[in-house]
Design a protein around this ligand. Structure first.
Ligand code: WQD
Length: 338
């Protein structure tokens, strides 16, 4: 059975390709390599021994998308990771985000709507909740006005999919709302490869730990939390990848009640920035050089998932602890720098 993974050379995409191959699926990857490298294919092969089909293609080119689906008419499912995802950049370049994250989604849904049966998984984000009123956050929490064009593209993406599913009987879709992905495959053959200065906490920590960055700036320690720093739900990328396979299987088995569903993907546990730093110091045995600076605009105080729905309906639960995820991130950082 052939599955398309767009953005399959990216961080979460590549780990999901590995888990799909482990389950026996034939995978075709589309990636424009704007934020990834074809070398990731070697890492995937090193783990599974199987080379996925790969086409370097810009999904903003509609005729290329149409041609691709004509040539690969036997695709049974699509997992759509391909998108721009830097919150700060999206504020400076909103149209780039709307074109790349929304335009491409519409082109893919157009092609899937032509098929008798289609299964679609959308890479969404807990960012749609903003600062939730209640914690842990359930899927029924209200979607709040996005703090950035990036967050808006996730909210709009979900609405576009829901509207399309309403009028396209053969189309089934699931949106997966990720909390904070981190870590790397235990084989250290694939992992996170942020371009330039990392925006996210964990790669900045490991790059500081390896000496690539002088020190970590902790964005505020005056929040109303136990230690004053923000709380997030850090989930191992392999746990996240496995959830995509389970969600796809639910669609392929036509097991879902409605043809559009949403699931939170997190560990259900919140960790503060200082706790994440402590985790790094514990697993690496090194002190981390950091300083407290002003808050970062747009940060929510606390966000962690209520994972009951994914646990009970998907039958999926994150397995790795923060320390295990941090160890994998640190092992990966040491591998790529040495
Ligand atoms: C985590 C915590 C920062 C960097 C973002 C996107 C979200 C998803 C995951 C794509 C916060 C603090 C960070 C640093 C710090 N991305 N921090 N110093 O903002 O929760 O989520 O990435 O899907 O959509 O919004 O993740 O890793 O940037 O920040 O103190 O150098 O670490 O303030 O409290 P975030 P993050």
């Amino acid at each position: 059975m052939k599955i398309l993974v767009t953005g399959g050379l990216g961080f979460i995409g590549s780990h999901t390709v590995v888990e799909l191959q482990n389950e026996g699926y034939e995978v075709v990857i589309i990636d424009d390599c704007s934020n990834s490298s074809e070398d990731v294919l070697d890492g995937i092969v090193a783990i599974t021994g199987k080379k996925p089909l790969f086409e370097k293609l810009d999904l903003k080119e509609k005729d290329k998308v149409v041609d691709f689906f004509k040539r690969h008419h036997d695709i049974e499912g699509v997992i759509h990771f391909a998108a721009s995802k830097a919150v700060g950049e999206s504020v400076e370049k909103p149209l780039l985000y709307y074109e790349n994250n929304i335009g491409t989604l519409v082109y893919i849904l157009n092609e899937l709507s032509k098929k008798a049966q289609a299964n679609f998984i959308f890479s969404s984000s807990c960012t749609v909740y903003g600062q939730a009123d209640e914690l842990p956050i359930t899927e029924n929490a209200p979607v709040k006005t996005a703090e950035s064009p990036y967050g808006n593209t996730k909210q709009m993406g979900e609405e576009i999919i829901a509207d399309t599913c309403k009028v396209t009987t053969g189309l089934q879709a699931i949106s997966l709302r990720y909390f904070n992905p981190m870590g790397a495959h235990p084989s250290v053959e694939i992992g996170e490869l942020p371009k330039g200065v990392p925006q996210n906490l964990v790669p900045f920590i490991t790059q500081t730990g390896i000496g690539l960055r002088k020190e970590l700036s902790v964005f505020g320690d005056d929040y109303p939390t136990p230690d004053g720093t923000c709380i997030r739900d850090y989930i191992h990328v392999v746990d996240l990848a496995k959830a995509h396979v389970v969600a796809l299987q639910r669609l392929l088995n036509r097991a879902n009640e409605s043809n559009y569903e949403v699931y939170n993907l997190g560990t259900g546990k919140g960790s503060s920035v200082l706790e994440v730093i402590n985790s790094f110091e514990k697993v690496s045995g090194n002190k981390l050089n950091y300083k407290i600076v002003d808050r970062r605009q747009g940060d929510v105080i606390s966000a962690y998932a209520d994972t009951t729905k994914a646990n009970n309906i998907l039958g999926w639960k994150a397995k790795s602890t923060l320390d295990e995820a941090m160890k994998s991130a640190w092992d990966w950082e040491q591998k790529i720098r040495n």
